[in-house]
Design a protein around this ligand. Structure first.
Ligand code: GTP
Length: 376
């Protein structure tokens, strides 16, 4: 590792696997490092950077489009998968960071859940970047309970997987290939949501990971309680564990070209150059103030009746001074209040929904029933 280079950690992993939660945990717990963050989302609305800004990073709502620098170094790349917009979006941001290199100790990059990490890491071999930055590690985050339930049609215990899995997810080869490609690039595998993982499920996940990554790649199991409660007061062990994630020293760009993946193989075989995200739709639903319970019930029904992989956003509830974060991964729906609405923010509800074969008008109509009628 070249100590003069800024280390960058690339966090990859499927939609909803826990990447933003990890980044928020690192930002809270790893004090004493000046960290720049780059986030990229699939979907027209950048929910993640708003959540990360919510974790004590200050706020700058200015500007639309890309790239936007936010206070304390959060850069959001405009809509589009980072793996396809490396040159147009990612390199300009990296050049800005290189220009500020004396003020930055570490860069954290969260890729969209549908992106392949390889093209991004290859960009670290571009001369302007290579001279000043190195990839400290590619961390592949996987959702323990989802993988254990066979969401990605693991080869391990396939019969069990098919019995348990959501039909639509189980038979989708693009998902399995995406998981494989994200895993094949990993310098470290982080299995999240272990609080929801029974011991036999954990063993299943371990077996799947062991099949797909070399023994030299470490696997860690983590759950969000390790990230502390938002006041930077995780215990010393936790902090040390999280700090260790940001000092792996893998110099991943040096061996990234050798990583074999499905995507490159299809391409070499002359197949149409497509990515997982070509098969997904995303839509943004905007509503006014909503009845929280009605919204949850309606969203839950949609999660069950449609091929929705991910929904997230914010809800405005009448009489509540705080905004409510809405998170859905597969059929699991969660909500919590994260912060006060600011006086200049419109109190509106915004949800990004990602899935397959989505009809945004139908989704809007279904959720609009939760809206609170306002007097004319
Ligand atoms: N129970 C539990 N939930 C978790 C854990 N980590 C993340 N989650 C939840 O999983 C959901 C998705 O987490 P995110 O961190 O937003 O996932 P992501 O990978 O950034 O999602 P995308 O950016 O949409 O791909 C949220 O509701 C989190 O609160 C965990 O360790 N345990």
């Amino acid at each position: 590792m070249n100590l003069n280079k800024i280390p960058a950690t690339v966090v990859t992993g499927f939609l909803g696997s826990g990447k933003t939660t990890l980044l928020a945990g690192l930002l809270r717990q790893v004090t004493g490092k000046r960290i720049a963050v780059i986030v990229n989302e699939f979907g027209e609305q950048d929910i993640d950077s708003s959540l990360l800004r919510g974790c004590a990073l200050g706020c700058d709502e200015e500007g639309e489009g890309a790239p936007v620098e936010l206070e304390r170094g959060i850069y959001e790349l405009a809509n589009g998968c980072i793996c396809c917009t490396v040159e147009e979006e990612f390199l300009p941001v990296m050049k800005q960071l290189v220009a500020r290199r004396d003020d930055i100790d570490h860069i954290l990059i969260e890729t969209s859940g549908l992106a392949l990490p390889k093209p991004l890491v290859q960009a670290f071999n571009w001369p302007e970047v290579r001279q000043h930055c190195t990839v400290d590690a590619i961390i592949t985050v996987i959702d323990g309970p989802a993988v254990a339930a066979g969401r990605y049609a693991s080869d391990v215990d396939k019969v069990e997987a098919q019995r348990r899995a959501d039909e639509s997810l189980d038979h989708d080869p693009s998902l399995r290939e995406l998981l494989d490609d994200q895993l094949s690039a990993a310098d470290l595998v982080l299995v999240t949501k272990t609080d929801l993982l029974a011991p036999d499920e954990r063993a299943r996940v371990e077996a799947l990971v062991a099949q797909r990554v070399p023994a030299s790649v470490k696997t860690l199991f983590i759950d969000q309680r390790a990230y502390g409660n938002g006041n930077g007061d995780g215990n010393g062990d936790t902090r040390a564990q999280l700090e260790a994630l940001m000092g792996i020293g893998a110099a991943s760009e040096e061996h990234i070209d050798r990583i074999d993946n499905h995507h490159d193989r299809h391409h070499a075989e002359g197949a149409h150059h497509d990515h997982a995200h070509d098969h997904f739709d995303s839509c943004v639903i905007r509503l006014g103030e909503v009845d929280g319970e009605a919204l949850a019930a309606r969203l839950q029904a949609l999660l069950q009746g449609h091929e929705i992989y991910r929904a997230k956003g914010f809800a405005a509830l009448p009489g509540k001074p705080m905004r409510r974060v809405i998170q859905a991964v597969g059929e699991r729906l969660d909500g919590y209040f994260d912060r006060l609405w600011t006086p200049d923010e419109p109190r509106e509800t915004q949800l990004v929904i990602i899935g397959k074969g989505l009809n945004s008008e139908a989704l809007h109509a279904a959720l609009a029933g939760a809206e609170i009628a306002t007097a004319p």
